[in-house]
Design a binder for this molecule. Structure first.
Ligand code: ZN
Length: 374
């Protein structure tokens, strides 16, 4: 059922800005056979903006489809570049932590960041149902009133978690109720401003019911949130006191979003309809969205390349594009008619450095408005 009011402030002053009628429920789930991939759960996106609080959300989000488990592969830790990013975020957080602070990480995933903080001597516990390890410090459950009872924390960390939680403002209010207003929170999420500036339609997924702007956080934290832009401005780390979270969200003047992606989709559609071979680098959420939007029948993109061995020899949800290791492609045979689309400019340098000299055209998505050609 499509939502008829804002998922944050509950206003009905909302308008749709982008529509995806058929998209995988999970972007980060790949399948061992093409048939299983084609039968993956289907979802849709009606990206909707609220004019009263600036929140952007998927009005067609279907929570019933979403069950996170150990098969969920969203980690990017195979990349040195991403490890550098984790170190940078850890530096920012450490600079605010007092000695002996009790820290809770909600949604700690496979615990890479959690272990980074542990190695720096932080007193931390974690919550995540997708955690696969054996650390007694991590509970394999969602954090809620029940599981969070008797937890004392002076700092909460949520990295790439809040964008997965329906009604995130209500969640933050309940968090404030559980741990108290004197608790500091760090929230790392994608920046919607970056998506709009780069016309990055490949960053809109069913897995993310929410899209956050700096303006939205300034609104809900009464203008007192400190916002650190990280990961080349694609993400932001919001630092705030839960006590500054407004108990209600009165209407205010917000950025007005219109049709933001159609020219960009047309641009890439034209590129893919030429006669060469097309490859995507990156079978993460961005690559899977790009493939599903522009090549739903898997007739134009040969393969999606990924360095994560757990994704290789698997198939992309719905389209069943194969995911291959870079070694499976003879890059030297590509010609100037062939295209390689690198899904994240943060990794472009390390990817291109790992490949032999190639004749194909390379597009780095997000590098500029229309994907730069190198
Ligand atoms: Zn709203």
């Amino acid at each position: 059922m499509t939502k008829s009011c804002c998922d944050a402030c509950k206003s009905d002053n909302i308008h749709p800005i982008y529509h995806l009628p058929r998209i995988p429920a999970f972007q980060n789930l790949l399948f061992p056979t093409a048939e299983e991939a084609r039968n993956a759960p289907v979802a849709k996106v009606i990206l909707t903006a609220c004019s009263d609080c600036g929140f952007v959300f998927n009005a067609a989000f279907n929570a019933d489809l979403m069950e996170y488990n150990g098969n969920y592969q969203n980690s990017q830790e195979n990349s040195q570049n991403f490890q550098n990013h984790l170190g940078n975020v850890a530096d920012i957080i450490m600079s605010s932590l007092a000695p002996n602070e009790k820290v809770v990480e909600i949604g700690c995933g496979k615990a890479f960041f959690f272990e980074e903080l542990r190695n720096r001597g932080v007193d931390i516990i974690g919550f995540d149902p997708t955690y696969e390890g054996n650390s007694p410090l991590i509970k394999k459950v969602y954090f809620n009133e029940e599981t969070g009872r008797n937890i004392s924390a002076s700092t909460i960390i949520m990295r790439h978690t809040l964008e997965h939680i329906e009604a995130p403002y209500d969640f933050l209010l309940s968090l404030k109720g559980i741990v108290g207003g004197s608790t500091r929170i760090f929230i790392e999420i994608p920046r919607f401003e970056w998506i709009v500036e780069h016309r990055a339609f490949w960053d809109i997924f069913h897995e993310h019911p929410n899209y956050f702007s700096e303006d939205f956080f300034n609104g809900i934290f009464s203008g007192k949130a400190r916002i650190h832009r990280v990961f080349s401005d694609q993400y932001m780390l919001v630092e705030a006191m839960l006590g500054d979270l407004a108990d209600t969200l009165p209407p205010r003047t917000c950025v007005k979003y219109e049709d933001i992606f159609s020219n960009e989709i047309q641009h890439f559609d034209t590129l893919l309809s030429k006669n060469g071979r097309n490859f995507i680098w990156g079978a993460g959420a961005k690559g899977v969205a790009f493939a599903n939007i522009l090549d739903p029948d898997a007739t134009r993109i040969q393969a999606i390349i990924d360095i994560n061995p757990r994704k290789q020899e698997h198939f992309v949800s719905l389209t069943a594009h194969p995911c291959l290791s870079p070694e499976k492609v003879d890059w030297t045979t590509l010609t100037e008619k062939d295209y390689l689309f690198i899904m994240n400019d943060r990794y472009a340098d390390e990817i291109l450095a790992s490949l032999p000299k190639m004749a194909c055209k390379v597009f780095v998505l997000g590098k500029d408005k229309q994907g730069i050609q190198t």
